[in-house]
Design a protein around this ligand. Structure first.
Ligand SMILES: Cc1cc2nc3c(=O)[nH]c(=O)nc-3n(C[C@H](O)[C@H](O)[C@H](O)COP(=O)(O)OP(=O)(O)OC[C@H]3O[C@@H](n4cnc5c(N)ncnc54)[C@H](O)[C@@H]3O)c2cc1C
Length: 478
C-alpha cells in the first residue's frame, strides 16, 4: 500500500489497542471519543487529500527510500524544494482544517533523527542510520502517522536530567539486554498521540556524559505494552461533550501525556542509546524544523482568523469601514511575515552529510519568534473587529429553546441579509480561534519556548561580525 485512503486510515486506528485515559475514564476506542474524534478527522483529511488532484499537488512526493509515492509527512527533506513544498502544504492544510492536524511533529522528527543517526554512525561505527532507514521504509510502505515525543516533564528546570531527585523526570533507559532496552518516564504535550500509529521519541535537551542514560531515541507503536496516553484537557471541551457550540464544526486539537511504564523497545527500533553528544543536535534540528513548520501552518490559521474578522465586520453591517480594513492589512502583514521567514529559511537551506537538508536556523526561529508575539495581536485585532459578542453569547441550546429562542433570534440579528444563525456560527468559530487553549498556547510554547528561539538566533547570527561592520563604518581601528 503506498497511500492510505481516509477509510483505510480510520480502519487502521480501529485495529490499534492503545491504553488511553480521558477525563478519568479508561477508553477502549479513543479515536471515536468526542474529545478525540475531531483531531482524528483533521488527520484523516491529510489522507483524504492525497486522493484528490489539488491535495496531491501539495501532499504527495516520490520517496528516495521506496521509489514509490508517499505522503510528504513521512518523507525526508532532500532538497530546498522539499522544504518549500512542506511550508506550502502546511499552509494549505491549515486553511482547510483551521486547527492542528498533528503530522508535522512526526515529519520534523524523522528528519531531525535522520541527520544525527548518520552523524553518530560516522563517529562510532554504530548502525543507527540503517535501522532508522528500515523503520522509515516500513512507515512509508504502510503510510503510517507518527507523533513526536520530545518534551519531557522535566521536574526542577534548574537541574540536569541526572541531577533530578526523581530519576524518571526525563525518559531514560532503565535496562538493556540482548533483545533491546527498557525505558521509563513521561512525555508531555504530545499532540494527537492517539491519532498516530507510532511515536518517535527524541531527547528534549542537550545531554552530558552523566546524562548518558537519558540520551535515548526510539520508535514505539502507540499501543505497545506499558505506553499509556492521558488526555490533556483544554478550555472549550465541555461543548464537545454536550454536542453543541463547537465553533470549528469538524476539526479540533488535543494533546496527551504519554507515560512509559518500563516499556520494552527492541534494538531495531532504537536510534540513539547513550551517545549523549548527539542528543542536543537532534533536538535542535527538530526545533529548527518545527519552527519552520509553524510558519506554514500558522499563516494558514492566520488566513482563517483574518477571514473570520472580515466576515464579522460584514455580518455586523460594516463591510467597507477604513479602520477595519487597516486592521485587516496589519493582520496580513504579520501572517505573511511569519510565512515569508519560513519560505526564506527553505531557500537558504543547506544539505547535511546524511543528505537531509536543514533549514536556515536564524530565519526559521525568526518566524517562530514573530508568531509567538505577533500572532496574538492578530487574534486581538480579530476580537476588536468582531466585538464583545465573542465573549458571552447565548448557547445553541438557548437558541433552540421554544420560549426564549425566537426572542434571541430577533435581538441577535446583525446585517439585514445575514441570518442570525450564520452570525452566531461565525462567532462560535471566532471564539474557538481566540480561546482554544491548545492552539493559543502552541503559538508561544509549541516547538520550544521563545527564549530558546532567541538563543538559537543569537547562536547562529554571529553578532561579532556585525560589531565589525559597525566599527568599520565608524572608523574604529581597535
Ligand atoms: C499545544 C502544545 C502542543 C505541543 N505539542 C508537542 C508535541 O507534539 N510534542 C512535543 O514533544 N512537545 C510538544 N509541545 C511542548 C513544547 O515544545 C513545550 O511546551 C516547550 O518546549 C516548553 O516546555 P515546557 O512547557 O515544559 O515549559 P518550560 O520548559 O517549563 O518553560 C517555562 C519557562 O521557563 C523557562 N525555562 C525553562 N527552563 C529554564 C532554565 N533551565 N533556565 C532558565 N529558564 C528556563 C522557559 O524559557 C519558559 O519561559 C507542545 C506544547 C503545546 C503548548
Amino acid at each position: 500500500m503506498a497511500l492510505m485512503t481516509q477509510e483505510q486510515y480510520y480502519q487502521s486506528l480501529a485495529d490499534l489497542r492503545p491504553t488511553a485515559y480521558i477525563l478519568g475514564e479508561k477508553v477502549a476506542t479513543p479515536y471515536e471519543h468526542p474529545l478525540i474524534k475531531h483531531m482524528v478527522a483533521g488527520v484523516a483529511q491529510t489522507y483524504a487529500l492525497t486522493q484528490e488532484p489539488e491535495g496531491r499537488e501539495y501532499l504527495v512526493a516520490k520517496s528516495s527510500q521506496t521509489g514509490e509515492e508517499v505522503s510528504r509527512f513521512i518523507k525526508f527533506y532532500e532538497s530546498r524544494e522539499d522544504l518549500l513544498a512542506k511550508v506550502r502544504m502546511l499552509k494549505f492544510l491549515a486553511q482547510r482544517i483551521g486547527t492542528c492536524f498533528m503530522r508535522c511533529t512526526g515529519m520534523d522528527a524523522i528528519n531531525a533523527v535522520g541527520i544525527e543517526t548518520y552523524n553518530c554512525d560516522q563517529k562510532y561505527g554504530t548502525d543507527y542510520h540503517q535501522r532508522f532507514l528500515n523503520f522509515i521504509r516500513h512507515i512509508q510502505k504502510h503510510d503510517l502517522a507518527i507523533f513526536s515525543g520530545v518534551t519531557d516533564v522535566k521536574g526542577d528546570r534548574s537541574l540536569r536530567p541526572s541531577q533530578q531527585k526523581d530519576p524518571d523526570a526525563y525518559v531514560h533507559i532503565v535496562a538493556k539486554n540482548d533483545d533491546g532496552i527498557i525505558v521509563r518516564g513521561a512525555k508531555i504535550h504530545q499532540t494527537g498521540s492517539l491519532c498516530a500509529h507510532w511515536g518517535l521519541i527524541v531527547p528534549t535537551r542537550e545531554m552530558q556524559e552523566q546524562d548518558r542514560d537519558y540520551a535515548v531515541c526510539f520508535a514505539i507503536p502507540v499501543d505497545a505494552e506499558g505506553v499509556v496516553h492521558v488526555y490533556g484537557r483544554g478550555t472549550l471541551e465541555a461543548r464537545e461533550l454536550e454536542g453543541c457550540d463547537l465553533g470549528n464544526i469538524a476539526y479540533g486539537k488535543f494533546a496527551t501525556m504519554v507515560l512509559f511504564k518500563d516499556v520494552f523497545v527492541p534494538w531495531e527500533q532504537v536510534f540513539l542509546c547513550g551517545e549523549y553528544e548527539f542528543a542536543g543536535p537532534m533536538v535542535r534540528n527538530f526545533g529548527n524544523f518545527h519552527r519552520h513548520s509553524h510558519g506554514g501552518c500558522k499563516c494558514g490559521m492566520g488566513d482563517v482568523i483574518i477571514g473570520a474578522a472580515a466576515l464579522a465586520a460584514e455580518y455586523n453591517g460594516l463591510p467597507k469601514v477604513s479602520h477595519i480594513n487597516n486592521k485587516l492589512a496589519e493582520m496580513l502583514k504579520t501572517t505573511e511575515a511569519i510565512y515569508g521567514c519560513s519560505i526564506a529559511a527553505s531557500v537558504e537551506a543547506q544539505p547535511t552529510p546524511s543528505g537531509i537538508y536543514t533549514v536556515d536556523p536564524v530565519l526559521s526561529n525568526t518566524s517562530k519568534l514573530y508568531e509567538g508575539k505577533e500572532l496574538h495581536e492578530v487574534v486581538r485585532m480579530m476580537i476588536e473587529i468582531a466585538g464583545g459578542l465573542v465573549a458571552d453569547f447565548p448557547s445553541e441550546k438557548d437558541m433552540a429553546n421554544p420560549e426564549i429562542g425566537p426572542l434571541l433570534q430577533k435581538y441577535l440579528k446583525g446585517a439585514e441579509d445575514v441570518s442570525t444563525e450564520d452570525r452566531l456560527r461565525l462567532y462560535r468559530l471566532i471564539e474557538r480561534l481566540a480561546f482554544e487553549s491548545r492552539d493559543i498556547v502552541s503559538n508561544i510554547h509549541g516547538a520550544g519556548s521563545p527564549e530558546t528561539h532567541r538563543l538559537t538566533i543569537l547562536r547562529h547570527a554571529d553578532i561579532d561580525s556585525k560589531k565589525q561592520l559597525a566599527k568599520r563604518l565608524a572608523g574604529i581601528k581597535t
